[in-house]
Design a protein. Structure first.
Length: 218
């Protein structure tokens, strides 16, 4: 499973006055995906960026765009983000009453679907949805801000999701997001994660390629 590890660099941590150069920097340094955090100030107590910025990103990106929607009623915007170049769209189970419909909508747009849970949300809430999705995102910090400390208690949820997927013989990605660096990545990998989102650690690194390699465990 771990031979297909993906590093998804979170643009929330980049120099936003120079997004194109920052995208080139992480692409040349070996990032597999670009992680694009959308916040609406309602689902999370912060605003980030939305459609026009992803449309612009899509013009310059050469690797897949991994869109993380932290917004209420995500179904309203699925088609727009699909058109704006998302290869994968992840939404929060806490943000909708009809997660099955959101997953179907994402797939109907030809995009891979991910479902995410906050640190306080138990895996039981999404266990019936795991057969439908391509990825589960376990938030390893409270969503809303970059630069927070990794919450170790979330590791057991990574383990649980990987166990459920293995039992179902379902080959899904298990993504972790928040406080990921060379050390926390090892713990997540041992728990069964294979997609690592990282903003602060990657973009603050002097040697970006070395930072990405270190998350990969190289
Ligand atoms: C937080 C976002 C993350 C964030 C991670 O709500 O979902 O993607 O950018 O940033 P770091 O790596 O700094 O914890
Ligand atoms: Zn994110």
């Amino acid at each position: 499973m771990n031979n297909r590890i993906k590093i998804s660099s979170s643009l929330l941590g980049c120099d936003l006055s120079n997004i194109q150069a920052e995208v080139r920097r992480v692409e040349q340094a070996g990032t597999d995906w670009l992680h694009f955090d959308v916040m609406d100030g309602v689902f999370v107590p912060n605003l980030s960026f939305g459609l026009p910025v992803q449309q612009a990103l899509n013009k310059v990106a050469t690797v897949p765009i991994d869109t993380h929607l932290m917004i209420v009623d995500p179904i309203r915007y699925i088609e727009d983000f699909a058109k704006a170049g998302s290869d994968l769209i992840t939404f929060h189970v806490e943000s909708t009453k009809e997660p099955e419909k959101v997953i179907e909508k994402i797939h109907s747009c030809g995009v891979k679907a991910g479902i995410s849970i906050k640190p306080v949300t138990p895996v039981g809430v999404i266990s019936d949805l795991i057969p439908m999705v391509d990825m589960v995102l376990i938030m390893t910090v409270e969503p809303g801000f970059g630069g927070q400390g990794f919450i170790h208690e979330t590791l057991k949820k990574v383990r649980m999701v990987r166990e459920i997927a293995d039992r179902l013989n379902k080959d899904i990605y298990v993504e972790v997001d928040g406080g990921i660096n060379d050390k926390t990545a090892v713990e997540c990998k041992n728990a069964g994660a294979d997609v690592f989102v990282s903003g602060t650690y990657i973009f603050n690194a002097k040697d970006t390629a070395a930072a990405i390699k270190s998350i990969r465990g190289q």
